[in-house]
Design a protein around this ligand. Structure first.
Ligand code: CP
Length: 312
């Protein structure tokens, strides 16, 4: 089914063909990055609003850069200086923004389901989920998939280890969904207190032992311990967490020699990943960031600009 006119709320709603279309389109957009003038007129006259209720470095900047490279007008809505601080609700905020006729609202929110609520309330535009609570972060999983394809030329059949604070991670959920849709073998690993039982419904393998997750892994995705979302104590100390679940050179020996190391950022250096590995030969972390721009260009283009004929 064409993506034109739809919302992007989660990987759950995308078919394997939708995902492949976004990835193929992302690859074609990367050529623009090499030009002296990194801009095409594709979305001229379209308006994209970034509505971020949570901090962001990578996602917000890359959505803005993506929109600008496609010649769309972008508005970075500043929540802290908006009428939200006077108590205006998310629905009223969305409806008022909708009245100004933007084409896309990109939303990040602390609460799971906030983009879905906006999608129900705001008609005549597309809503893109840039991370909702502990639920989904679909464009992160898409840019991760593009990075994996760049290095492995396939996703089906690869062993992918996702390690860390799974319970609070929307990145883990979106990646588990996407990778399973494309046929990868997904291993989830972390302390038992940080692995929710419901993660098994995605058809993933679960282990509390890093050795089992890393053995013969093609892809290692390290996740940040999300202190800001942790309302209880989930492990005795950061030092113990790092010893058991931090990635270092010794543990890398369990993985395939050709394994790549990924991290969505921001990184807690020395906690979930040794600084040497965050920047070493295995790391593709900054490539993920570059691919974020390409994937977000593809998403904006496919939701707004591409006709079904062009997609075909
Ligand atoms: N990966 C990610 O979502 O990073 P930001 O929080 O900086 O956007």
């Amino acid at each position: 089914m064409a993506l034109h006119g739809r919302h992007l709320l989660g990987i759950e709603e995308l078919s394997g063909d939708d995902i492949k279309l976004i990835l193929t389109t992302s690859r074609s957009f990367r050529e623009i990055f090499t030009r002296a003038i990194k801009k095409v007129p594709t979305l001229r006259g379209k308006t994209v609003i970034n509505l971020f209720f949570e901090p962001s470095t990578r996602t917000r900047s890359s959505f803005e850069i993506a929109a600008k490279r496609l010649s769309a007008d972008t508005i970075n809505f500043n929540v802290s200086s908006s009428s939200i601080v006077k108590g205006e609700s998310l629905i009223d905020t969305g409806r008022n923004l909708q009245s100004m006729a933007p084409d896309i609202i990109v939303v990040r929110h602390t609460d799971a389901g906030a983009p879905h609520l906006l999608a129900r309330c705001c008609k005549g535009l597309s809503i893109v989920n840039a991370g909702d609570g502990m639920h989904e972060h679909p464009t992160q999983a898409l840019l991760d998939a593009l990075t994996i394809l760049d290095h492995k030329n396939k996703i089906g059949g690869l062993k992918v280890a996702i390690i860390g604070d799974i319970a609070h991670s929307r990145v883990a959920r979106s990646n588990a969904l996407l990778l399973k849709k494309l046929g990868a073998e997904v291993w989830i690993c972390g302390p038992p207190t940080l692995i929710p039982l419901e993660i098994r419904q995605y058809g993933v393998q679960v282990t509390f032992q890093m050795k089992e997750a890393l053995e013969d892994a093609d892809i290692i995705m390290m996740l940040r311990t999300q202190k800001e979302r942790q309302k209880e104590v989930f492990y005795p100390s950061v030092k113990e967490y790092s010893i058991l679940y931090g990635l270092n050179k010794q543990k890398m020996k369990w993985a395939k020699k050709t394994a790549i190391v990924m991290h969505p950022g921001p990184i807690n250096r020395g906690v979930e990943i040794d600084p040497e590995l965050a920047e070493g030969e295995y790391s593709v972390i900054l490539e993920q960031v570059t691919n974020g721009v390409a994937v977000r260009m593809a998403v904006l283009y496919l939701l707004l600009g591409a006709s079904e004929e062009m997609e075909a």
